[in-house]
Design a protein around this ligand. Structure first.
Ligand code: 5AD
Ligand code: SF4
Length: 465
């Protein structure tokens, strides 16, 4: 582990003891198996990879069916109500497995249960859940599971130490072609609709030495698509003793020997600097596709959301990036139906979407999150109107995407071949992250030049050059 910075690194004694206890507990089972289900964002995927790493090191094997497992874990998401409803539904279904196998351990963790009212609801209404764990403190997880194995039925409430960084946890990356590397945790922005700052805590960055080390390991393991993660990657470095910002970190990673693409998410427009775009322009291993969530095109709504930029400032950023980065494209997140959003506000969003010409959009209907500032703002728009706005926006974006992708036909791009399909063809990922079906002579997990031959409503097709 790198030198201790201002960010507090945790003593790993609790972790070492927990691992010891969990290995002993696993040895008592004939074939210890775990099943893990991940809800939500890439950060959760990354946390689950660390959970899997811990369990595999303790002697557990991963299984694909909850019915076969001695330990079932759910890693949950709180960003929208719909995600929480799904988790409650899924936890409800676990009751039957517990009935069939009383020694089964059921553990639920992640953003959703890091809200006190949800933890209480789980405790009260789902008493067969053995453990509520905190993904901000995965070093405590092995000890907590071991304790559950010993004292059946004990339910441990989440501990809310949110200012720490836990390094050196084992990791078992999912089988996919992409390596996820968290570079910072938490968020200090308090956008008024968002629960993340409450469940993930304050911003803290990993030291650059730890990031570079994990990055080099991923390259050495053969990963050619590496995604840097953080709720707000642009504020990377704040609070560290070393003088470093996100642009400087990118530069350092771009210098790592090897052939790979660097991606990152999520970038906050308020902290996206000219320096960042100049760096991307210079660093050829960084993807030319940038995720820059705008959320709304209305200045009034942006202010109500506490986003910290105006529509004009956002558009100026896009213009600047386009002036310095060849072939740059943007994706974005949009919330429709934020409390008080008028038809005019919505039209401003549509206008911005048309003006920018995003490569793709993630669109959401505003979901009220208990404890956030927006939850108490008056909201007069009915759900049906919000759904209509969302659908209309999706249709507009589909047209934009279709136009952009039609222009790809006949052109040749360098892309990573990521998997073999049943019909002998391959799936590849373009630099802008679009999936494409490819035929011809190619190797898995290698970059190839591919000419795009066709675009149907659903998919792009190409031939290896
Ligand atoms: N309702 C709807 N969408 C939300 N997001 C975050 N919080 C909410 C909410 N309360 C969206 C934002 C964010 C993305 C990850 O999820 O668009 O960028
Ligand atoms: Fe939520 Fe805003 Fe932080 Fe993103 S920047 S995690 S939307 S509070």
């Amino acid at each position: 582990m790198a030198a201790i910075e201002q960010t507090q690194y945790l003593e790993n004694e609790a972790f070492a003891q927990g691992m010891f206890a969990l290995k002993a507990a696993a040895q008592k089972l004939s074939e210890p198996r775990f099943f893990i289900r991940t809800f939500g964002c890439q950060q959760n995927v990354s946390d689950s990879e660390r959970i899997a790493g811990i369990l595999i090191e303790c002697g557990y094997k991963r299984c694909e069916e909850p019915a076969q497992a001695d330990l079932i874990l759910f890693n949950t998401c709180a960003v929208r109500e719909h995600a929480e409803d799904r988790v409650f539904g899924n936890v409800g279904e676990l009751k039957k497995y517990k009935r069939e196998n009383p020694s089964l351990i059921i553990a639920v963790g992640g953003c959703m249960v890091q809200q006190q009212h949800i933890a209480e609801k789980l405790q009260k209404s789902y008493p067969y859940v053995d453990l509520i764990f905190n993904t901000n403190r995965l070093d405590l997880l092995p000890g907590e599971i071991a304790q559950c194995a010993e004292t059946r039925g004990a339910l441990i409430a989440p501990k809310s130490d949110r200012y720490s960084i836990v390094e050196d946890l084992p990791i078992r990356r999912d089988e996919g072609f992409r390596a996820h590397i968290p570079i910072m945790f938490g968020c200090d922005n308090f956008c008024t609709y968002c629960i993340v700052p409450y469940v993930r805590g304050r911003e803290r960055s990993r030291s650059s030495a730890d990031v570079v080390e994990e990055f080099k390991n991923a390259v050495a393991q053969g990963y050619k698509d590496i995604m840097l993660l953080g709720q707000n990657v642009n504020s990377y470095g704040k609070g560290l003793a070393e003088q470093i910002n996100f642009a400087a970190l990118l530069e350092r990673l771009n210098d790592v020997e090897g052939d790979f693409t660097i991606r990152f998410m999520t970038s906050h427009p308020k902290d996206a600097t000219k320096e960042l775009f100049d760096t991307i322009a210079r660093c050829k291993k960084i993807s030319r596709q940038i995720h820059l969530p705008v959320q709304s095109g209305s200045n009034r709504i942006l202010r109500e959301m506490n986003r910290g930029y105006t529509r004009e400032e956002y558009l100026a950023l896009i213009d600047y990036a386009r002036s310095v980065i060849d072939g740059v494209s943007f994706t974005s997140d949009i919330i429709v139906g934020f409390p008080g959003e008028t038809e005019q506000d919505y039209n401003d969003t549509v206008d911005l979407v048309r003006h920018v010409g995003f490569r793709s959009l993630f669109t959401f209907i505003y979901s009220k999150r208990e404890g956030t500032r927006a939850a108490v703002m008056p909201d007069f728009t009915d759900h049906k109107t919000k759904a209509q706005r969302l659908n209309a926006l999706v249709a507009i974006q589909d047209e934009i995407t279709e136009r952009q992708e039609s222009e790809y036909v006949g052109k040749t791009f360098r892309m990573l071949v990521v998997s073999k399909l049943a019909d002998g063809k391959f799936e590849a990922r373009m630099d802008d992250n679009s999936a494409i079906t490819v035929e011809g002579d190619c190797q898995l997990n290698a970059f190839h030049n591919v000419t795009v031959t066709e675009r149907t409503k659903k998919r792009l097709y190409g031939k290896v050059v």
